[in-house]
Design a protein around this ligand. Structure first.
Ligand code: NAD
Length: 485
């Protein structure tokens, strides 16, 4: 059944000013329309920003503990809708139901975590040179925050932005990725049902170039938190900086694993394959380059191959499917063109490499899980973010060579080392230029109570999640009180 969702502005569900709607389709079966959503204009963004601005002073005036009660209620309501929201997300962007269920539960955990953040300290008392003075800092909200999010984690990413924005006293205008608009509306419904005051959270659907860009340009928006591609992130940064708004960017990755001669090869193969292929490779932290010590290359390769051969591709709604379709035609065309590029560059196709177009796959954006070997780190497929289920195997002769090549990319999001050697593990932590470092773990996977973010071109170097979020969503007042005699 097609679901038709609206914008949410000042506590009301409303259409766009033009009345035009766009369609959300199922990438496993493009003939299935999941629903419609408004194609919002700059005028709709203006209304949403005005509502958020009007709501700000009252929301800010609440105690953070009272604000936390709204998040707490939203967490409970979200928990009651796990199946329904997971089903919608799978239909909109294709990953498996197990993956979307896990993501909704992650959303619940994020809301519960931030519902408690309001009871932490709001500043520090600092000694003053003048003994009479009371000198202290106080964290204060920024105002209206624009939240712009991608389709690959349509529940967790908006929530890990909105929850801290709200608990620290900001109001929000949220522009989700068009591909996952119906899911986004359900997330906002949860806040509406939790009786969040009107105007505190506003939802504006539509395209990035119209609704998204209007939020970034808007002088009523004090800060923009963006997750998405590097290309768009750079535009967001330039616009925001030009008008003096605060911005935070989390962008792409080209995440390496290194498998040393003493690694547990079974574990390394399992976590390399899951890091590369789960979510159909559409994670910013997905494993895409695998540097393997020459002495264990053959047995490791055989283990990877066996695991990739066993992957069941299909609709994310089907039981037993490991890998759903790519999320959109754009994604499909991009991934296929990178696979062709890899072949042209002289990488050897070890497995996969084709679109799946017959039988149950004929109406969706399905590709085979793909593994290249004889890859050189300079090749385009080893340097650019493919954002699909494509893994590159690269032989190395030493730990030092592996780390040097792992670092030889413009990205710096996540990396993992497989070894039993503690000294190498510590040297890896020291030398690898990424924000998320793992030893004997998958490159993907973050815990919501810890800081998350990348280095180099993967990020604007600010951090999301955990207590790190306070840095972006607040600023400091420094107060000196001198009593008069
Ligand atoms: P995208 O950059 O195309 O879109 C992201 C969001 O920006 C969407 O809501 C889109 O509508 C909006 N947008 C597009 N053009 C805009 C503009 N000119 N002004 C303002 N907003 C605009 O990215 P995507 O395809 O949705 O997501 C995939 C990308 O996201 C990948 O590069 C991936 O690595 C990255 N990502 C990063 C992280 C991370 O935390 N580092 C997490 C998930 C995804």
């Amino acid at each position: 059944m097609s679901q038709n969702v609206l914008n949410y502005i000042n506590g009301n569900w409303v259409g766009s000013s033009s009345g035009v709607v766009l369609h959300s389709i199922n990438p496993a079966n493009i003939h299935e329309r999941v629903g419609t959503f408004p194609d919002s204009s700059e005028a709709d963004v203006d209304r949403a920003v005005a509502a958020a601005k009007d709501a700000f002073l009252q929301w800010k005036a609440l105690s953070p503990i009272s604000r936390g009660q709204f998040l707490h209620r939203a967490a409970d309501l979200l928990e009651q809708r796990v199946e329904e929201i997971a089903l919608t997300a799978t239909k909109e962007m294709g990953k498996t139901l197990a993956e979307t269920r896990g993501e909704v539960l992650r959303g619940v955990a994020i809301l519960r975590y931030y519902s408690q953040e309001g009871s932490r300290k709001e500043g520090d008392v600092i000694p003053s040179a003048d003994r009479r003075n009371l000198l202290y800092t106080q964290r204060v909200p920024l105002g209206v925050v624009g939240v712009i999010s991608p389709w690959n984690f349509p529940i967790a990413i908006p929530l890990w932005k909105m929850a801290p924005a709200l608990i620290y006293g900001n109001t929000v205008v949220f522009k989700p990725a068009a591909e996952t608009s119906i899911t986004a509306a359900k997330i906002v419904e949860v806040f509406a049902d939790a009786q969040l005051p009107a105007g505190v959270l506003n939802l504006v659907h539509g395209s990035g170039t119209t609704a998204g860009a209007a939020i970034v340009r808007h002088h009523g928006v004090q800060a923009i938190t963006f997750t998405g591609s590097n290309q768009v992130g750079k535009q967001v940064a330039a616009e925001a900086a030009a008008r003096g708004a605060k911005f935070q960017l989390e962008m792409g990755g080209k995440n390496p694993v290194i498998v040393l001669e003493d690694a547990d090869l079974e574990l390394a193969a399992e976590l390399t394959v899951s890091g590369a292929m789960k979510h159909t490779g559409q994670k910013c932290t997905a494993t895409s380059r695998c540097f393997v010590h020459r002495s264990v290359y053959e047995p490791f390769k055989q283990k990877v191959l066996a695991k990739v051969q066993a992957i069941k591709v299909g609709s994310g709604l089907e039981e037993g499917v490991y890998m759903g379709p790519l999320a959109s035609q754009k994604q499909f065309e991009k991934v296929i063109s990178y696979i062709e590029q890899g072949k042209r560059e002289g990488a050897a196709l070890l497995y996969g490499g084709k679109a799946l177009e017959e039988g149950p796959y004929q109406h969706g954006f399905f590709v085979q899980p793909t593994v290249f070997e004889n890859v050189k780190n300079e090749m385009v497929i080893a340097q650019e973010e493919i954002f699909g289920p494509v893994l590159c195997l690269i032989k190395v002769d030493s730990f030092e060579e592996a780390v040097e090549q792992a670092n030889a990319t413009r990205f710096g999001l996540a990396a993992s080392l497989f070894t039993r050697d503690l000294a190498k593990a510590l040297a890896f932590v020291e030398k690898i230029d990424v924000g998320m470092v793992k030893v004997n773990g998958e490159t993907a996977g973050v815990e919501p109570q810890a800081a998350f973010g990348g280095m180099k071109d993967s990020s604007s170097l600010s951090r999301e999640q955990g207590q790190a979020a306070v840095e972006f969503f607040t600023t400091l007042k420094t107060v000196t009180i001198t009593p008069t005699p």
